[in-house]
Design a protein around this ligand. Structure first.
Ligand code: SF4
Ligand code: FES
Length: 330
């Protein structure tokens, strides 16, 4: 076991735990943002640098600080390590720089992007970004393409986090999709006839932290915050069958996997559940889903409704009191 202190909170974790995993064990504000790390995908992380932290003490044995910020998703804790995340103004400034780089080529098209409201880059730039860009050069541009029948690739929005590549590699047999070229011209591409035909390829959409990969069966149907997320399940031979339905009235607009507080899927789902089961009769509906992330959808329609009821009854009470007061004074 190793003892690590993050933002003044000490926790004991098994050897081999990364700083990011240790921070997630503590939870709350000390958890660094992570755009490319995905706990359910092997070898993910190390690409985006949003999870950087400052190590002010390397370990009990070697207490020297690390000379520059480290990627917390790729750095394992050492016994006695001291880490700063939110308490270090320098680190927050460095993270701002990372966000600025991520946004250099990212279009500011949130008003028309299907991912708006559940986009990790949108949240990240709101929390750590600058109000405007200092970048003056030409941005890279790509044509939007369909990869397979159900997935749209909008490469301009891609931040090259490689999560979709890991899904293609680890979940789908016969990989047909990866990153080609290097540097400024690197892009996600399919090798074989622009098709991603695989039972689990739809999970690429769910793991994409931005709006680069979107579900063609849902595109432009609704802003996500106008939909009602519901937990539902069915007996499925290929996957767990545990999903989130995104409904409008009784219509199922979209089916996705269920995501946890870090925006990661609880389990991967198959394409049959995702694309072919869009009737409420296909599902056993469990009830409203509480969205854990702090985005606009997690404002939670249902809690607002309860709040509204309380307010209405309070208003009624106040109106009756005002009426009684008025009668007493007459
Ligand atoms: S398409 Fe999405 S998941 Fe794939 S590398 Fe780009 S941002 Fe990451
Ligand atoms: S989450 Fe650690 S480098 Fe991307």
């Amino acid at each position: 076991m190793a003892k690590v202190t993050i933002d003044g909170i000490t926790i004991e974790v098994p050897d081999g735990t990364t700083i990011l995993q240790a921070a997630r064990m503590i939870g709350g504000d000390v958890v660094p943002p992570a755009m490319c790390y995905y706990s359910k995908l092997e070898t993910s992380g190390g690409y985006c640098r949003t999870c950087i932290v400052k190590v002010t003490k390397g370990s009990e044995k070697d207490p020297r600080p690390m000379p520059k910020p480290v990627a917390s998703c790729r750095t394992t804790v050492m016994d006695g390590m001291v880490v700063e995340n939110t308490v270090s103004p320098d680190l927050l400034e460095a993270r701002k720089g990372v966000v600025e780089f991520l946004l250099i080529n990212h279009p500011l098209d949130c008003p028309i992007c299907d991912q708006a409201g559940e986009c990790h880059l949108q949240d990240l730039s709101y929390e750590h970004g600058l109000a405007k860009s200092r970048y003056e050069f030409k941005r890279r541009e790509f044509e939007q393409i369909d990869i397979g029948e159900k997935i749209k690739l909008h490469m301009n929005r891609c931040i090259l986090c490689y999560r979709c590549v890991k899904v293609a590699d680890q979940l789908c047999d016969g990989r047909v999709h990866g990153v080609i070229n290097r540097g400024d011209v690197a892009e996600i591409s399919t090798y074989i006839s622009n098709a991603v035909e695989n039972d689990f390829s739809g999970n690429m959409i769910d793991v994409c932290p931005v709006g680069a990969l979107t579900d063609r069966t849902f595109r432009f149907k609704s802003r996500v915050w106008f939909t009602k997320p519901m937990d539902a399940h069915r007996d499925c031979k290929k996957c767990s069958g545990k999903v989130a339905l995104w409904m409008s009235g009784n219509e199922v607009l979209r089916v996705t996997g269920r995501k946890d507080r870090y925006g990661e899927l609880e389990s991967f789902i198959c394409n049959d559940c995702r694309y072919e089961k869009k009737n409420t009769t296909d599902w056993n509906i469990e009830g409203p889903r509480n969205i854990e992330r702090h985005s606009v959808i997690s404002q939670n329609h249902y809690m607002s409704l309860r709040q509204l009821k309380i307010d209405v009854s309070k208003q009624k009470e106040l109106a009756e009191k005002a009426h009684r007061d008025k009668q007493n004074t007459q």
